[in-house]
Write a protein that binds this ligand. Sequence first.
Ligand code: ATP
Ligand code: MG
Length: 337
Amino acid sequence: MGIELKDVSKTFEVKGRKVEALKPTDLIINDGEIFGLIGFSGAGKSTLLRLINLLERPTTGSITVNGVALDRLSEKELRIKRQKIGMIFQQFNLIESKTVYENIEFVLKASKFDRHQVKSRVAELLELVGLSDKVHSFPGNLSGGQKQRVGIARALANDPEVLLCDEATSALDPDTTKNILKLLRKINKNLGITIVLITHEMEVIKEVADRVGVMSDGEIIETNDVYNIFSHPEHKVTQGFVQDIYDFVIPPHIVETDQSRVITIKFLNENAEANYVNQLYRHFDLEISILNGRIEYINDMPLGFLMLHVQGGSGEIGKLKRFIEESKGIEEAEIYE
Ligand SMILES: Nc1ncnc2c1ncn2[C@@H]1O[C@H](COP(=O)(O)OP(=O)(O)OP(=O)(O)O)[C@@H](O)[C@H]1O
Ligand SMILES: [Mg+2]
């Protein structure tokens, strides 16, 4: 179950010129996970997302959502299946001339609900997104965060199995973004809805995603658990996205020689909270001073960095480097710029 893309590609043709928005791609998004897609503008993120509900028809390949091959459905079957795939957008896409109630009612009318059911369903949805008091407001009188909550309520109206989010928090300030991401988490956990979320901010991925795919130039260049993407980014583009947490600068007055080195150690998982520093002081005949350090928590798992200035014999410094290399759970950190 979940979402499966097999050899899916999309080529647009504009004035006789071909744009390969998505190169042939295989991707599995597991049932019940929050999968983040990150990439620069034009990388092909929205195209990929719109292929998942067949708003775009693939040029090649097949798309399966919870066991149903969408590309084999008739238009009518597809319309019904699409009700089980909710979508929210950066610009909220609400109907400005309708109230919050009517915006949600509009979606429900398209399905099986009768008038009485609609009323209680709208109330239920607004309760879920924390907006019960705005039922008769117009979008124009709501804040960005409140508008997105309406967008979410609407997307959930028909009990979807999947929620697609295209830059859903890009128009919001950082605090509001956090609150909306918290709401998405809650929806994912409590309702078991699989979420695919596009962003260009690593902060959003860190806050909410379980796994992430990095896109560049119409390709998914790297896929991994969010923790692994941060701790071991492989592709240059990925390293660029996570560089903020690797942003350690060697103080200019420190001159590196054979007897004076700057070493940045990366601590993985629970090792970030273990007491390695004591060991270093105790076991090596070196002068060690701390230049910088930090711990990031990613899905509640610590990822630690410690930048040290070590001085002493070059043999002893070599020994320290070997100790780091051979110890499980710590490694020398690369600095990405
Ligand atoms: N309907 C279309 N017709 C022609 N070209 C398109 C169409 N939609 C997308 N493209 C092109 O496909 C490429 C990928 O676009 P896409 O919108 O998927 O990127 P994106 O990663 O979502 O970018 P952004 O972060 O700016 O939203 C771009 O070069 C874009 O110009
Ligand atoms: Mg886009």
